[in-house]
Design a protein around this ligand. Structure first.
Ligand code: PGA
Length: 255
């Protein structure tokens, strides 16, 4: 059985003060004691405040991105070791907003995954199709390509550290959620791909999160599906009550 993982992607929200207050609210709500693993990804500049506030609450931290070099003349970048130093155990890699606005490719995703694993960070690797790709029946082809490129050369043994997040681009921040059937279909495809590449045992241990307008009103239905092992939550993760409701509902759907 795979324990549920609920990750909050805060994107470009919450300065240090707001971060501390949101984490304190999550602690008051006992978010990390509900039976699911809980991770939040504040902006880089708020990580220290988040780490201090999270203390021993069980709330873990992720970077929203990472660079593949440890040091050097790379203005504006953040190294895997710096994320560790700021208290992160996780890092989101290949989010569709990085792919869409900041030139992220399957190749850079692959370099980042390698660097994160080498440093001891656990990557949450995002894949997903656009609306146009879905409407032209390209969904599995697009996701297959992202998996092949992103995970090129990654050994089977590494997958115990890796989480995949399926986030249909058309469902992110739009209020449109994939139906349970649409999501389960793609999650099963991803698990099938892992099985073909790295064997059934590996495929069974990897958690595959769903992301895209997850809210307390749809979390229970989605999280109960056989291949959905948690959620990557954007908007609703900025509100402590909503995020903890999603965690509570997900933790209940043990399967
Ligand atoms: P959303 O974002 O929940 O606001 O749709 C999800 C994400 O981008 O990870």
């Amino acid at each position: 059985m795979r324990k549920k993982l609920i990750a909050g992607n805060w994107k470009l929200f919450n300065n240090a003060y707001e971060t501390e207050s949101l984490i304190n609210k999550l602690i008051d709500l006992r978010a990390a004691e509900m039976g699911a693993d809980v991770v939040v990804a504040p902006p880089f500049t708020s990580l220290h405040a988040a780490h201090r506030a999270a203390g021993r609450s069980g709330i873990e931290l992720a970077g929203q991105d990472v660079f593949w070099e440890e040091k050097g003349a790379f203005t504006g970048e953040i190294a895997p070791g710096m994320l560790l130093d700021a208290g992160c155990k996780w890092v989101i890699i290949g989010h569709s907003e990085r792919r869409q606005y900041f030139g992220e490719t399957d190749e850079t995703v692959n370099r980042k995954i390698n660097a994160a694993l080498k440093a001891g960070l656990k990557p949450i690797v995002c894949v997903g199709e656009t609306l146009r790709e879905r409407e032209s029946d390209q969904t599995t082809a697009v996701i297959g390509k992202q998996l092949e490129g992103g995970f090129a050369g990654i050994a089977a043994g590494m997958f115990e550290k890796i989480t995949v997040a399926y986030e249909p681009v058309w469902a992110i921040g739009t209020g449109k959620t994939a139906t349970g059937r649409q999501a389960q279909e793609v999650h099963a495809f991803i698990r099938g791909w892992l099985g073909k590449k790295h064997g059934g045992a590996t495929a069974q241990i990897v958690r595959i999160l769903y992301g895209g307008s997850v809210k307390s009103s749809n979390a229970a239905e989605l999280m109960a599906l056989p291949d959905i092992d948690g959620a990557l939550v954007g908007g609703a993760s900025l509100i402590a009550d909503d995020f903890s409701a999603i965690i509570r509902l997900s933790a209940k759907t043990g399967k």
